[in-house]
Design a protein around this ligand. Structure first.
Ligand SMILES: O=C(O)[C@H](O)[C@@H](O)[C@H](O)[C@H](O)COP(=O)(O)O
Length: 255
């Protein structure tokens, strides 16, 4: 039985700092328990706000051992790392460079590979090597960050696509209806094995899709990609700002 999601709502202005505090705490817990922090980053403008908060020099040097953190990716656009739409490129500018993260601690997906299937298979091998597990075991990450699209997509798992049915591969090729069409993405199997999954959602434009995911009323709501993120036995946390939570029924909101 999947636990009810832990829904947290911050004032719009304080969302990034509150989320950064939570992530650092989750990181410290993982390092205490397992000696390292296996963290999968998300792309998107909302996660970018979090990375910029994490990179604030005054706080990050004292509260988090970033050199014990292994940075992975939940998805990547099929572009080069220097392309303006690269998730790795965004994370490098927002987080890795300001925190001086050694390149060896970052494992990016090869979006530049002209053969996305080969890039997905390569990342799957890399993921198993980094985590230290062999087939058929599914790697368990400490924390997977996820954004949420207005259509209910998350990572690069888009509504109505076969990527949602992938039950064997850890990494597959997604197809986006907007922007860069071809994507590399973790599949639900490995996402749902994480110890903690943290959805990062802000802004009034996301209020309706947040309600559809967290207070579903139809089978279509329950079939949305983000609705299929049900970690077992891990924990699911939604970090919302007040605007994104504005259409949630009161019984879905934290007391
Ligand atoms: O590669 C990506 O774009 C992300 O993985 C994607 O899932 C993103 O997180 C959502 O689309 C939300 O993006 P925003 O926060 O920019 O709305």
């Amino acid at each position: 039985m999947t636990m009810r999601p832990d829904i947290r709502i911050s004032p719009d202005a304080g969302w990034a700092d509150a989320t950064a505090i939570l992530l650092r705490e989750l990181g410290r817990q993982a390092i205490r328990l397992r000696g390292r922090f296996l963290l999968a980053l998300s792309g998107g403008s909302t996660p970018q706000r979090l990375y910029q908060a994490l990179a604030q020099p005054a706080k990050s040097q004292t509260e988090m051992d970033w050199h014990r953190t292994v940075f992975l990716f939940g998805d990547e656009r099929c572009v080069s790392p220097d392309h303006p739409d690269s998730n790795y490129g965004m994370a490098r500018a927002s987080l890795f460079a300001p925190l001086d993260i050694p390149p060896g601690h970052v494992h990016r997906m090869s979006g530049e590979n002209p053969d996305p299937r080969a890039a997905a298979d390569e990342y799957e091998r890399s993921l198993r090597t980094v985590v230290g597990c062999t087939e058929p075991e599914i790697p368990s990450l400490d924390l997977v960050l996820l954004g949420l699209g207005e259509d209910g997509h998350t990572a690069s798992l888009f509504p109505g696509t076969t990527t949602l049915l992938e039950s064997h591969r850890l990494v597959t090729v997604g197809r986006s209806p907007k922007g860069i069409p071809l994507r590399l993405t973790l599949t639900l199997g490995v996402i749902n094995r994480a110890s903690v999954i943290l959805f990062l959602v802000t802004g009034s434009t996301k209020a309706q899709i947040v309600r559809r995911i967290l207070a579903p009323q139809t089978a279509a709501d329950r079939a949305l990609p983000a609705a299929l993120v049900t970690p077992e036995p891990g924990h699911l946390i939604w970090m919302l700002d007040q605007a994104a939570a504005s259409e949630l029924p009161s019984h879905n909101k934290p007391t």
